[in-house]
Design a protein around this ligand. Sequence first.
Ligand SMILES: [Zn+2]
Ligand SMILES: [Zn+2]
Length: 320
Amino acid sequence: MLKILSASAVALCGLLLLGIESQAQTDFKVTLLGTASPSPRPTRFGPSTLVEAGDKKLLIDMGRGVPIRLWQLKVPMGKIDAHFITHYHSDHVSGVPDVWLTGWLSPPFGRRTTPFRVIGPTGAKSLMENLQKAYALDIRIRVADEKLPPAGVAVKAEEFSKDGAVFDEGGVKVTAFEVDHGDAIKPAYGYRVDYKGHSAVISGDTRYNKNVIKYGTGADVLIHEVGSARPELMASSEAVRRIIAHHTTPKECGEVFAQAKPKLAVYTHIVLLSSEKISEPTLEDVVAETRQTYSGPLQLGEDLMAFEIGEVVTVKPFGK
Ligand SMILES: [Zn+2]
Ligand SMILES: [Zn+2]
């Protein structure tokens, strides 16, 4: 915990430029629900980001633990308007059945009464069709026993296969853009959310990619994944080299941020690799390497950290 706090303090230095004290009320907020990769960590759950804009609530990816994080915020799963998927690595979708089915239950954390809307690249329909088969017994039992509304467990899956707008309602526009997560890991997309002249961009999982720069240019908040391993571990392990080649190193992220020039750059999906003999890089290491190529505002994400987006961007660690 101390490590995280001190690294955040390092990263926060850039925020002084943002004039964070004069923030007015805004109805555009992005909250990191989970900031880890597949690695099971008690303080960082699986990848997921909540976007609240006007009266819309959107989830981007649903990794491990989403219902827990949402309910820490007192956001009922039944109130989510649309569920977006960046790609089909299990760390990004393992929470889908949990959000779908737990969000249908009758306690206040659930209460969905309209279809579970999923928007993702090609594969979303097949994922949801197969989940419906896998959980058919639960669904049948709860309809018969608990009298839950069948409409709340119904599924509306929408797919896309190229860059473009995938959601445009209530003044909130979501644009999908293809990223590069590796030659065999397709499809893989990021999302840009535009609302009232402001924008939040989420890279999804990607290596250094020009399309992130294209769609991230001028964004209020550019939320980017990052992957790092110590040089001696990279040198000694083919598997580590392969994993890091599927992600963006801190130095490369700095190059993306330096070109896109967001008001605030944020790290999420923090992949830190280690072995039995070689420790993982620290968060301070990640920030220091980023600083080789980028000197602008930067924030290391933490679970439940929120970003209020208006004329300025305000960073709100959970509970503060
Ligand atoms: Zn991932
Ligand atoms: Zn991935």
